[in-house]
Write a protein that binds this ligand. Structure first.
Ligand code: GUN
Length: 264
């Protein structure tokens, strides 16, 4: 039996389409059973929840991912709560959010971007992160909040900064580990960074270049930051591939658990 991943995308957001295509492609390349459901933007919430219920009941599907954001007329929380927590390989269901918040990491599916970021932080600094000052800019459910919970679980002193934080630069300069997930192109400059800090850039922003050609940049100004940071992730090619790798890892873990439990 192959590990099975179902990816659901609603509407035509170009960035979401790119992310979803790379998740489905990598799942296939790794020999997973991979199915993608591409739905029109005007699908009703009830229809979407019915599809998720079908996937919950499908023994060939061990992991379900509903790409966010969803169109405004759909309550994302209600859709995510429809996913069986044992198939919630994104770690967005309140059951998995609660496990992470309570420090019950063994049984939890941890959101893939923060999980991938942790692997890179540990690669740069070693597994003992205890006592380090960690600053996470951004408070989303997808990255900022779970990232902060993970850093806290390994005994970092964690600050969550956001658009209302008064002196963001000074807060950043205090960080041994800085994770930036704000969605603003090149906002964090080298002068904001503590020398030797580990910097994880979660941003993916499309900007237009000099000859009208667009390209991708992160939330961190790479060239100035690279002069100061001890380690810095590039965009593209840094956090993105780690997110996909962690998604496949979560799907494999889900498949093994479901097969062991006789659910599949
Ligand atoms: N949108 C942006 N990142 C993610 C992710 O990791 N999972 C899902 N489902 N949607 C996203």
């Amino acid at each position: 039996m192959k590990p099975g991943l179902a990816v659901v995308i609603v509407g035509e957001d170009p960035a979401s389409q790119v992310y979803v295509a790379s998740k489905s492609k990598m799942a296939k390349e790794c020999g997973f059973h991979s199915v993608q459901h591409t739905l029109s933007a005007d699908i009703s919430e009830a229809e979407l929840r019915a599809l998720v219920a079908d996937l919950n009941a499908d023994p060939a599907v061990h992991g379900i991912l509903v790409q966010l954001p969803l169109p405004q007329h759909i309550d994302s929380g209600a859709v995510i709560r429809t996913i069986d927590p044992d198939k919630d390989v994104d770690g967005f269901h309140v059951v998995n959010v609660g496990r992470l918040g309570a420090g019950e990491l063994d049984g939890a599916f941890v959101p893939c971007t923060p999980a991938g970021a942790m692997l890179m932080i540990e690669r740069a600094r070693g597994r003992d992160l205890s006592g380090l000052s960690a600053v996470v800019i951004g408070r989303s459910n997808i990255v900022g909040k779970p990232m902060a919970a993970l850093l806290l679980s390994v005994d970092c002193t964690v600050t969550i900064a956001h658009s209302r934080t008064p002196d963001l630069e000074a807060t950043c300069r205090d960080a041994d580990v800085l994770v930036v997930a704000v969605g603003r192109a090149e906002m964090v400059r080298g002068s904001w960074i503590k020398p030797g800090a580990t910097v994880i850039d979660v941003g993916i922003n499309r900007v237009s270049g000099v000859y009208g050609k667009s390209h991708l940049v992160g939330d961190v100004h790479f060239d100035s930051a690279a002069e100061v940071a001890g380690a810095l992730t590039p965009v593209p090619g840094g956090v993105g591939p780690m997110t996909v790798a962690c998604l496949l890892r979560n799907t494999l873990v889900a498949a093994r658990a479901q097969l062991a439990g006789g659910a599949a």
